[in-house]
Design a protein around this ligand. Structure first.
Ligand SMILES: NC(=O)c1ccc[n+]([C@@H]2O[C@H](COP(=O)([O-])OP(=O)(O)OC[C@H]3O[C@@H](n4cnc5c(N)ncnc54)[C@H](O)[C@@H]3O)[C@@H](O)[C@H]2O)c1
Length: 325
């Protein structure tokens, strides 16, 4: 189904970041034109493939002039730009501006300046589940424990309000620990998978916070992109919210062992790392039954397969080759 999708002109905010750059690669062949807006506060210009179908605008996505210029040209918007969880603790104002005020400005301007809008998809986060004791956690649950989860959760509400009040075709997806090709440790806010692979390359032990028994629900990037694209085109997903994840809890110790194993280094050493203020989540897995049932989306990679593909990509990358989408 995804291969047959057709998009007109697309805007991807945060398209020089991990998920956004992979989305741009995936959607490029299906779209008339892709506008990537990224201020490079965390992303990299090298992540944006060069193609006459892609225009890269290095700027803040919610700057009025940028919105005025790009929005009238596009029919599809994927809003991925964000400031990270860890930054939200050290600079809560910047988190508020980018993750909440920016989302509001985008919605408000899209309402006025995007007459042909087909869909606006917002990538929210499983961080809104905090330390949920109900796992896998369904969409109805929330426990807001950080400025990041507060700003992302509040932005979700604006997407809902703009759908109800103004009939805007919004869809929200909550991603959970996405990993895979395209995730680079040079992004200071990259996830644990990219950090562990970087350690492997440098010969450093894997830094494990606490006892390593905390769990996360790791989602392979291509599976997450399938879900985002399905949610974007399905007529049934307008005004809906979907969890995207495997529902499987993996401890950080198990993740470390699996990365060691796919790299042919079983029993790779680990070292104890100090806890940061954001390291209070003991367990996470999301219930993705809604998107499975309504949109027939299923994750296709086991963690082992996804990590093996990530490892191959990293090897190709260090030998100068890149994967094609
Ligand atoms: N990767 C994950 O595991 C994960 C999990 C849950 C939710 N998400 C959500 O998915 C989206 C993408 O995440 P990611 O992992 O690719 O993050 P990322 O940090 O790799 O990408 C975010 C991008 O946004 C850009 N950006 C920040 N402020 C901006 C601004 N004002 N204007 C323009 N660009 C700006 C950054 O430079 C960066 O390139 C985010 O909305 C995030 O909340 C990701």
């Amino acid at each position: 189904m995804i291969a047959n999708m057709e998009f007109g002109n697309v805007l991807i905010t945060g398209g020089a970041g991990f998920v956004g750059s992979q989305l741009a690669k995936r959607i490029g062949p299906l779209a008339s034109h892709v506008y990537v807006v990224d201020d490079l506060s965390a992303g990299s210009p090298n992540a944006v493939i060069s193609s006459d179908k892609i225009t890269f605008i290095k700027d803040s996505y919610y700057r009025e002039e940028v919105l005025e210029d790009v929005l009238p040209r596009v029919q599809w918007i994927f809003h991925l730009a964000c400031r990270s969880l860890s930054l939200s603790v050290t600079d809560s104002l910047e988190d508020f501006r980018t993750n909440l005020y920016g989302a509001f400005a985008l919605l408000e301007k899209a309402r006025a300046r995007c007459p042909l809008l087909q869909r606006i998809v917002y990538t929210s986060t499983a961080s809104v589940y905090g330390n949920a004791d109900v796992r896998p956690t369904p969409e109805a649950f929330y426990q807001i424990t950080t400025p990041y989860s507060a700003s992302k959760f509040s932005a979700e509400h604006y997407f809902d309000v703009y759908a109800r009040m103004h009939g805007m075709p919004t869809t929200i997806v909550r991603l959970s620990n996405v990993y895979g090709p395209g995730q680079v440790a040079s992004n200071p806010y990259c996830g644990v998978v990219a950090k562990f692979f970087e350690c492997l390359e440098k010969g450093d032990p894997f830094p494990v916070i606490g006892d390593g028994l905390q769990t996360r629900d790791f989602t392979y990037v291509d599976d997450a992109l399938d879900a985002i694209l399905l949610a974007a085109v399905s007529p049934n997903s307008v005004g809906k919210l979907y969890n995207i994840g495997t529902g499987i809890e993996t401890t950080i110790l198990r993740l470390a062992a699996t990365i060691g194993s796919v790299a042919g280094r079983p029993d790779y050493p680990i070292v104890c790392a100090p806890k940061r203020s954001i390291d209070h989540i003991q367990g996470r897995s999301v219930d993705s039954n809604r998107i499975r049932q309504e949109l027939n989306w299923f994750p296709t990679r086991t963690l082992h397969q996804g990590l093996a593909e990530t490892h191959s990509w990293l090897k190709q990358r260090s030998s100068g080759e890149e994967r094609t989408p």
